[in-house]
Design a protein around this ligand. Structure first.
Ligand code: CTP
Ligand code: MG
Length: 181
């Protein structure tokens, strides 16, 4: 597979997992998922993980997957190679997994004594990949096998931290996020 094709497929396939975190930043707020509860002397998740942000993030990822599925045949014609159409379960695995990974990361941050907004290099960049890929493989096994070749997964692991860093710096400069990570 040509490198450009691999990168395009990796990016396209991961878009429903990339968008939820950004949508949560825009739509977040309100009641925290952990309801303010603590474990030991620390919050379970913290005020940065809210019901509204999680729901809106997941919905945004699902909506994007539907839109991409709609335009996939035309995009494939233009590009000269097929790009993924998302099954509902694949979309749910990617979008829901991204939100779940982010929540899990906050849990680990709080357990390790990091305050809300603290940096956790590595985890911040890949938390959503670590959960969304296995969850998608579980929920939509055939779809996952068809699109996520080893090369595509490798590109995702390299591409994601770069995209993550770029979008977060932009969100920070626009005043949407409190920290640039
Ligand atoms: N957000 C939300 N619900 C989520 C994820 C994010 O409401 N499930 C919103 C919150 O307003 C949050 C912002 O998006 O403050 C930025 O997200 P993130 O950087 O993931 O959270 P932090 O505030 O940095 O908190 P943490 O240290 O727990 O990651
Ligand atoms: Mg943060």
């Amino acid at each position: 597979m040509a490198l450009f094709e691999t990168i395009a497929i990796a990016f396209w396939a991961m878009l429903p997992a990339y968008v939820p975190n950004n949508a949560a930043v825009l739509a977040g707020g309100g009641r925290p998922i952990d309801g303010g509860r603590t474990w030991g002397d620390r919050r379970v998740l913290g005020d940065g993980k809210t019901w509204r942000g999680t729901a809106m993030g997941t919905v945004a990822g699902l909506a994007l997957a539907a839109a991409l599925t709609y335009i996939a045949p035309d995009a494939g014609d233009v590009l000269g190679f097929a790009v993924p159409e998302f099954t509902p379960l694949a979309a749910l695995g990617l979008a829901g997994g991204a939100m779940l990974g982010d929540i899990l990361a906050s849990f680990l941050k709080r357990r390790s004594g990091r305050q809300r907004g603290a940096m956790f290099p590595g985890l911040d960049q890949l938390d959503f990949v670590v959960v969304s890929l296995p969850l998608t493989a579980l929920l939509a096994t055939d779809w996952f096998r068809a699109w996520f070749s080893l090369e595509v997964i490798l590109v995702v692991v390299v591409l994601t931290p770069i995209l993550h860093a770029t979008t977060n710096v932009i969100a920070y400069k626009l005043g949407l996020k409190n920290e640039p990570w």
